[in-house]
Structure formats: structure tokens, C-alpha cells
Design a protein around this ligand. Structure first.
Ligand SMILES: NC(=O)C1=CN([C@@H]2O[C@H](COP(=O)(O)OP(=O)(O)OC[C@H]3O[C@@H](n4cnc5c(N)ncnc54)[C@H](O)[C@@H]3O)[C@@H](O)[C@H]2O)C=CC1
Ligand SMILES: O=C(O)[C@@H]1CCC=N1
Length: 270
């Protein structure tokens, strides 16, 4: 498979790291970015080919991955249009809708929209994916193999659900890091070193999520197992409930989903 990336930043780098040598040989991965330093780094690390402008190699690729910021997608797609024939266009930009990208490409272009996350960097990402009618079975499989190179994929039945996916797993790593920061802060205020606090917090997250994954029981049951009546966990959870932590988290994730929708409205109008 020949794959061209437009945008060679954080997410593109993570995807390329998973693809090289597994899904595509480095000489069949082409990266276009305005930043020559980023391109040099990608070329040095992975052996991919690079260019500072969309070129013939993009035109002869099987899949074009759009990995620029949402606000740049319209201009990039406008520049891309003359180079697009039968390729699959795979966008990872937050919010930008398939119908808008398809319209900017004069319609009827096979477009897949995906929402990966940064644990892709270590092959532990999860990506929500949606496709339009023009995407063939082969192209779905191509998109899936690109995204599976860095973790799991979840195909959603309706593209609108990608706003929710963005709120849960796309932005999700940031919430986990935020929680780890809070645990570290508590650890230092309780007399541990910052390093000790972080070690304890990271191992706890890793162990608890792996336990939840492997267990047949609900997370509520697993939580209850930690919580002795009148004990320490109970004291913490009562405090969290009183502060409305769970409701705050739900409200925050709804804000992320709303922002995803808003990005589509804001940058999809053109
Ligand atoms: N960072 C994250 O956790 C996630 C990001 N995304 C989406 O991935 C996309 C890229 O995000 P990041 O990789 O984090 O951003 P980034 O800023 O690291 O990478 C964007 C790259 O695009 C390049 N670029 C800008 N204009 C260009 C143009 N006209 N032609 C070619 N290259 C151009 C920039 O030089 C930069 O290297 C965004 O749309 C974002 O919504 C999706 C899932 C997770
Ligand atoms: O914050 C953002 O807009 C992007 C999309 C999901 C994660 N980062």
C-alpha cells in the first residue's frame, strides 16, 4: 500500500511509527509538511520520503491521510483536489465532516473520518472510524489496517458519534494525565516525593485499567471491592461525590463533544 500523509506532526508521526515495515515499506510512505525540520526528522527516523508541497507522489498513492489541524483542512483539501483520483482520503482532523471534505473534493470522493489518540505512539491507541458510501470494502480494509497498526479500531455506525468518540478517547489521554497530576499533587501534600507519587499513581492506573479489561465484572463491582465500609476509599469517594466529581467529568466530556461539533460547524462551512 502506498500512503501519503499531509501533515507530519504528532499524530502522523505516531501513525507512521506503527506503519513502517508492517503495513507499508518506508519508501511507500510519503509525508508532506510545510516544516522542513519535521520532515528531516521523519526521514531520518523512519526512512520515509518527504516533500514540502503536495506532489505527484501524493497523486499516485492509494491512501491520502489528512493529519493537519481542523482549521487547515479546507485549504489543504483545496490544494489537494487536482491530485486526487481514486485514492481513499482518510482524515484524522477533529470535527471536520465527511460531507464537507467530499464537497471540497467535488463530491463522490471516498472519505473516511477517524479519531485516533496519542497512545498510538506506543501502539496502544484506540481509533473511532466512520466512512461514506463511496468507500469500497477494500478501502475500508486499508483504513482499518493503517489505524490498527497503532492499536484498536471501533467503526461507528453514524459519523455524528465521532464527536462522542473524540470526547471519550480522542481527548481522553489528557484527562488521565490530569488525574495523574492531581494524584501526584496529593502525594506531595501528604509527604511523599513527587517521583514516588507519580510511580504509585501510574502503576495504579495501569493495574486498575488492566484489571477492568481482564475482569468479567463491572467497574462498579471492582470499585466496591476496594471500598470497605467506613474505610479509607469510602472516605475518598464520599468526598468526591460531595464535590460532584463524577458530574463534573460528565459535563466536561460533553463540552469536548460540543467543541468537536462546533469545529465541524466553524471550519466546515466553506
Ligand atoms: N494530538 C492529538 O491527541 C490528536 C489529534 N488529532 C487530530 O490530528 C490532527 C493533527 O494534530 P497533531 O498531529 O496533534 O498536530 P501537529 O500540529 O503536531 O501537526 C500538524 C502538522 O501539519 C503541518 N501543516 C500545517 N499546515 C500544513 C499544510 N498546509 N500542508 C502540510 N502540512 C501542514 C504542520 O507543520 C504540523 O507539522 C488535528 O486535526 C487533530 O484534530 C486527532 C486525534 C488526537
Ligand atoms: O484537542 C483536540 O482538538 C485534539 C482532538 C482530540 C485530541 N486532540
Amino acid at each position: 500500500m502506498k500512503i501519503a500523509f499531509i501533515g507530519g506532526g504528532n499524530m502522523a508521526t505516531a501513525l507512521i511509527g506503527g506503519l513502517v515495515g508492517k503495513v507499508a515499506e518506508p519508501q511507500n510512505i510519503h509525508v508532506v509538511d510545510l516544516n522542513a525540520d519535521s520532515l528531516q526528522a521523519l526521514q531520518g527516523k523512519f526512512g520515509v520520503t518527504t516533500a514540502t508541497a503536495i506532489d505527484g507522489t501524493v497523486a499516485s498513492s492509494d491512501v491520502v491521510v489528512l493529519a493537519v489541524k481542523p482549521q487547515q483542512i479546507h485549504d489543504v483539501v483545496a490544494t489537494l483536489k487536482p491530485f486526487i483520483g481514486a485514492q481513499l482520503v482518510l482524515s484524522i482532523a477533529a470535527g471536520i465532516r465527511i460531507a464537507d471534505m467530499s464537497r471540497w473534493l467535488d463530491g463522490h470522493q471516498a472519505v473516511v473520518r477517524a479519531m485516533p489518540n496519542t497512545p498510538a505512539l506506543i501502539g496502544r491507541g484506540i481509533t473511532g472510524v466512520a466512512a461514506n458510501q463511496e468507500v469500497s470494502t477494500l478501502q475500508r480494509a486499508q483504513a482499518d489496517s493503517i489505524l490498527k497498526a497503532v492499536g484498536e479500531t471501533v467503526w461507528v455506525s453514524s459519523e455524528e458519534q465521532l464527536d462522542a468518540v473524540t470526547a471519550i478517547s480522542g481527548s481522553g489521554p489528557a484527562y488521565v494525565f490530569y488525574f495523574l497530576e492531581a494524584m501526584e499533587k496529593a502525594a506531595t501534600e501528604l509527604g511523599l516525593s513527587s517521583a514516588e507519587g507519580m510511580q504509585l499513581a501510574k502503576a495504579t492506573f495501569e493495574g486498575a485499567t488492566e484489571l477492568a479489561r481482564r475482569s468479567d465484572e463491572s467497574v462498579a463491582t471492582l470499585r466496591e471491592r476496594v471500598t470497605s465500609k467506613g474505610g479509607t476509599t469510602y472516605a475518598a469517594l464520599v468526598s468526591m461525590e460531595q464535590s460532584g466529581v463524577k458530574d463534573s467529568i460528565v459535563t466536561a466530556l460533553k463540552a469536548a463533544a460540543a467543541r468537536s461539533k462546533e469545529l465541524g460547524d466553524e471550519f466546515g462551512k466553506a
